[in-house]
Design a protein. Structure first.
Length: 158
């Protein structure tokens, strides 16, 4: 009886996680930030993004140095570094626990207005893998339980 309850709870949990993952995958997250950078200054924002696709739209009044990077084991891993005024940049976040740094550097002698529009979209890779694993596990345990209970029933009738 306890095993039946465990299998039912595991199946309900895994199906719920699958539904939530699909709903979250079809719902993009949007972040907007605006910065006023004095001459020869910089600004760094730190984000912890889930493993989804990230689209960054940059709008600025002059050219700036725009860089996105993260640290792993003390090493700086630059995703891209551009000297641009406007642009759309897309990349995929590989790991959930990393801190991603967005660096904006004003190298001109003017105060600049910088707008960043960040959109996260797509399925979160780790949640999809977890939900698939839990679904397979709960169905497998359920099938094994059904087969063993049928075999036990046949042996007890003989």
């Amino acid at each position: 009886m306890r095993l039946t309850r465990f299998i039912a709870i595991l199946l309900i949990f895994s199906m719920s996680l699958s539904v939530i993952t699909v709903i979250r995958g079809f719902t993009p997250e949007e972040i907007h930030s605006s910065h006023f950078l004095p001459p020869n200054s910089s600004c760094t924002n730190i984000y912890r993004w889930p493993p989804r696709t990230v689209r960054i739209e940059l709008r600025c009044s002059e050219k700036i140095i725009f860089q996105v990077y993260y640290y792993v084991n003390g090493k700086n891993h630059t995703i891209f570094r551009k000297y641009v005024e406007r642009g759309i940049f897309t990349f995929h976040v590989q790991q959930r626990s990393l801190a991603y740094y967005v660096l904006i550097q004003n190298m001109s002698n003017k105060t600049l207005n910088v707008d960043l529009y960040i959109t996260l979209y797509g399925f979160e890779k780790d949640l999809v893998q977890l939900s698939i694993f839990l679904n397979i596990l709960s169905i497998t345990i359920g099938l094994i339980w059904c087969v063993t209970s049928i075999i036990r029933k046949r042996y007890s009738e003989q």
